[in-house]
Design a binder for this molecule. Structure first.
Ligand code: 5GP
Length: 115
């Protein structure tokens, strides 16, 4: 599979990368929905959260821990933040490589209401 996130991982298209290790990459969202909006993407390929096997929970855990570490490093961990994973159509997923959104930098509105 080759989504635009795979192309960012392979440096085929540019992105504002804020963190990378052997397991994942994190870069700023091109259309930020909050003052801080960073996407955390595993390097292993899974189209949606549904596709992450039950014996690979670390794929998602690493994304969440990397987001928390980024919040701590940037100093907004105590003010707070939100992490979100959209899945398939009703969840609003548009890029089919699993990823976690980190939103921060201002009080965030409530969520979960139908569009
Ligand atoms: P989803 O809607 O799948 O949960 O999230 C996909 C996210 O990718 C969206 O928030 C969208 O703004 C972001 N995005 C789409 N194209 C690009 C791009 O070319 N570069 C970056 N950095 N983000 C993108």
């Amino acid at each position: 599979m080759s989504t635009l996130f795979h192309k960012i991982i392979r440096r085929e298209i540019p992105a504002d990368i804020v963190f990378e290790d052997e397991h994942l990459i994190a870069f700023r969202d091109i259309a930020p929905q909050a003052p801080v909006h960073v996407l955390f993407v595993p390097k292993d390929t899974f189209a949606t959260l549904n596709d992450v096997p039950a014996d690979r929970p670390e794929v998602i855990g690493r994304l969440a821990v990397a987001a928390a570490n980024y919040a701590k490093a940037q100093g907004f961990d105590e003010d707070g933040y939100r992490i979100v994973m959209n899945c398939n159509g009703d969840g609003g997923q548009t890029v089919f490589q699993v990823h976690l959104h980190l939103l921060a930098g201002a009080p965030l509105g409530r969520f979960g209401t139908p569009a």
